[in-house]
Design a protein around this ligand. Structure first.
Ligand SMILES: *[C@@H]1O[C@H](CO)[C@@H](O)[C@H](O)[C@H]1NC(C)=O
Ligand SMILES: *[C@@H]1O[C@H](CO)[C@@H](O)[C@H](O)[C@H]1NC(C)=O
Length: 358
């Protein structure tokens, strides 16, 4: 039943892209038409090197800081591998505590947790950056700024949160959570309930190395899935207008833009993340770790700072796109659809180029 509805939705999305692709004007026109829909305001664009096509950034002059951060990351990974036995013990203890904790066992835990982690990150990380003068030179363009949003001050904010959380909480209440390695009997107990109150958790804690694999794998999978979703949202005029344009409607670039999404896009984002986690049979503890990693990546992309120690600089060969590219995406509304990495964007551009030449 569930599979059927998913196939129908997929088919529907495919048919939309196909029809919008065949009606697509030539590439040059597409650029301008998407630009006009993506409310572009006058501001300084990130400087692009004509020869290499790469964005220039102040952080290019801080390769020492980048290199030092790389050493730190490699050392952290080495320490992690070396101390994995005591870490495993700690994880085992944590898990035996969590499965007895009422809040953690609640069916609504993940929705609440995601919200709290997001609020903590979006309020903390860019706020701190905004007040460190030394960091200001890494802004990708002059229109990057920090916008204070008093959280409880605005009724609008609370209402917005209500609209975004309601569908997720309703899903939590109606749909039984099915994690891997949970005894069948636990599901049997919940199957008859109209409203879910608790979620059935696996008895055993995860292996720490496997947990890392699940988190990294899920981030990579989300990136690929959301690339497709994001591309479709841009290429179909109506989908763009009703479901995605608000994400591009801002005067200045600031971290709150991360969350400026329509309810439909929010659901697509959550579902993409959820399916990525399912793909790797992720343990609920891996899901717990995935949330801050994933949200931090998303926020990082919208801060508008190109820091020497940002992930896209630490990982060599331009595997990750970086905030400068995402900024360009926000200004021009075309290109750079992949949320974290770069390889699918490159593949898409090569493919479009070949199609144009043929
Ligand atoms: C998310 O994944 C869990 C675990 O597999 C599943 O039970 C749940 O229904 C999913 N939620 C959504 C909104 O897809
Ligand atoms: C940010 O977005 C761009 C383009 O949308 C992407 O290429 C890049 O990898 C993203 N992620 C980070 C962490 O910078």
């Amino acid at each position: 039943m569930r599979l059927c509805s998913e196939i129908v939705i997929l088919h529907w999305l495919c048919s939309i892209t196909r029809s919008s692709c065949t009606n697509m004007p030539p590439e040059s026109q597409t650029e301008s038409s998407t630009t006009s829909t993506a409310t572009v305001r006058k501001h300084l664009p990130p400087v692009k090197d004509e020869k290499t096509g790469e964005y220039k950034s102040v952080a290019d002059n801080f390769t020492g800081a980048t290199q030092a951060s790389r050493y730190l990351v490699v050392s952290a990974v080495a320490l992690f591998i070396y101390f994995r036995a005591p870490l495993q013990d700690a994880v085992d203890h944590l898990w035996s505590y969590l499965i007895k904790n009422d809040l953690f066992c609640s069916a609504y835990f993940e929705t609440i947790y995601v919200t709290l982690v997001y609020i903590a990150l979006v309020a903390g990380y860019p706020f701190v950056m905004h007040y460190i003068p030394w960091v200001q030179k890494f802004k990708v363009s002059d229109d990057v700024t920090y916008v204070h949003r008093p959280f409880f001050g605005k009724v609008g904010m609370v209402l917005e949160m209500f609209f975004h959380l309601t569908p997720l909480l309703v899903a939590d209440a109606l749909k039984m959570k099915k994690y891997f390695d949970v005894p069948e009997i636990e599901w049997e107990k919940r199957r008859g309930q109209w409203i879910q109150t608790t979620r059935a958790l696996p008895e055993h804690s995860p292996n720490v190395l496997l947990m890392c694999g699940q988190v990294i794998g899920s981030v990579i999978a989300f990136d690929a899935i959301f690339f497709v979703v994001h591309f479709i949202l841009h290429k179909n005029f109506y989908l763009y207008k009703y479901f995605h344009s608000q994400h591009h409607d801002h005067d200045v670039m600031h971290p709150h833009v991360t969350n400026q999404l329509s309810v439909v896009e929010r659901i697509l984002q959550v579902a993409s993340a959820n399916y990525s986690l399912i793909l790797f049979r992720s343990h609920p503890l891996s899901r717990l770790v995935f949330v801050p990693v994933f949200l931090w990546f998303l926020i990082e992309n919208h801060t508008g700072y190109d820091l020497p120690w940002a992930p896209h600089r630490l990982i060599p060969h331009g595997v990750m796109g970086g905030p400068a590219k995402h900024h360009a995406h926000h200004q021009h509304g075309s290109r750079h659809y992949q949320p974290f990495f770069n390889y699918l964007d490159k593949w898409l551009e090569n493919w479009q180029l070949r199609k144009k030449l043929a």
